[in-house]
Ligand binder design. Sequence first.
Ligand code: PLP
Length: 447
Amino acid sequence: MANGQTIGKLALAAATHHTGKPNRMRPRTMKVSRFGQKLAVQSGIGQLMDDLGTRACEGRDVLMLGGGNPAHVPQVEQYFRRRMEHVLADGDTFEGIVGNYDPPAGNAEFLEAMAALLRRHYRWDIGPENIALTNGSQILFFTLFNLFAGDYEDGTIKKVLFPLIPEYIGYCDVGLAPDLFIANKPQIEHLENRLFKYHIDFDSLKIPDEVGAVCVSRPTNPTGNVLTQGELQKLSDLAMAKGVPLIVDNAYGTPFPNIVFTDAEPLWNENTILCMSLSKLGLPGVRTGIVIARREVVDMVARVNAVMSLAPGGVGPALITDLVRSGEIARIGREIIRPFYERKAGQTLEQIRRYFKEVDYHVHQPEGAFFVWMWFPNLPITSRQLYERLKQRSVIIVPGHYFFPGLKDPWPHANECIRVNYAQDEKIVTPGIQAIAEEVGRARHGG
Ligand SMILES: Cc1ncc(COP(=O)(O)O)c(C=O)c1O
C-alpha cells in the first residue's frame, strides 16, 4: 500500500472555522506510514486483548478462556495488599514511589535484591548491572527482537529463529522489518491417554547466517511445554557456537512465578538473555518486565527505555522488593502458586476427559504456564471457524494459527489446534470445556 493505510475517518478537532461558522469541508481519511501499517493494524495480539476486554460478546456473560490473565490467588493477593498498605502508611514512601522517575534501568534497590536472589538460588555470577526493568516484558521483546534482527549496517537482514513452534502469539507482530522470523517445526511425541509433547527437532534445526537471535518461551505459551534441561543446554551451545544470543522467555518460570510442574531450572550465561515478568505472579496491571543479561545488553535496553518511556514504572518493584530481598517470593512460588496451578491443570484434564469421551482429540502434556493446547486432527473446520462458533456461544478461546510465527509452508496442524486458558474459576472453565467438546463434536459430524 504505497499511499499509506487508512486508519478510519476521525472527527478532527477542526470541525468549525475560527469564524464560528460550521465547516462544510469533510475531514479527510488519515494516511499512516509503514510503521503505522505494521503496528497499528489489527494483529493477533490486538484481537486477543480486544476479546479480553470482552468487546467480542458485549452485553452477554462471557466464558473467558482466551487471553493471558493469571488467576486471582487470594493468598498471593494478600501479600501485595499488605505491602501496598505498608507503602501508604509509611512516611514518605508512597510519595517517593509515585512522585519520582526511576533511572532508565529501573529501581536500584530492586535490581540489587533481584541480583542477590539469583546469586543465592542459582550461583550465577551476576550483579545489578546485569539486570534492567521494562514496562512489561512485551515491550522487552519488541526491543530485543529489533535490536538483534532487521537491517544491519553491512546490508544484511537478520531474523529471529524460533527453534520450536507453536510459540507465543505476542511475538508475531513486534518486528519492524517485514518477515522477521523463521521457525522450525517440532517433533511430536505421543504419550498415554491422548497426551502428546513437542520436542525441538535437532536433526533439522540449523542456525543459518541470517539469524540474529534465537528465542524460546519456557514454559511455552501456548502449549504448556517445558523444554527439557538437555534441550535447553543443547540450544544454548548451538547459539553460543554461532555467536548469536539465546533469548529465553521465563514469564512463567522459576524462581517466580514458578508455574512449572517439572524439575526445570533456568539457564543463564553471558550469551543468554533471560526475560522475566511480574505479570503471572498476579501483577499484570503494574507492567513490570525484567531482563537478565550481560552488561552491554542491559545497557542497550536501558537506553531504549530512556527513549521510549524515560523510565520503567516504580510501583511493581515497590510492591515486591522486600519479598525478593528476603527470598519469600521464591517460597510463594513454590508453596502457593505452583500447587495452585498444578491442581487446576489436573482438574482441567479431568473435565476434558469427561466431556470429550465421544470426540477425537489430543492435548499437550501440561508441564507449566496455565493453558491447555488441544489438537483436533483432521477437523473439518479450521480452528478460526471453531473460535467464531464458540464466540457465538460467548466462549472465548484462541485459535491455534496465531501461534506459528515464522512458519513458511502451509501446515494443517496450525489450523487444528486451540489454546484454552484454565486460570479462571471452575465455574467458567468447566462449561467452557463442555461447549468446546460440543462444537468440535458438531463439526466432526458435519454440523
Ligand atoms: C510467554 C509470555 N511472554 C511474555 C508475556 C508478556 O507479559 P507482560 O508484558 O505482561 O510482562 C506473556 C503474556 O501473556 C507471555 O505469555
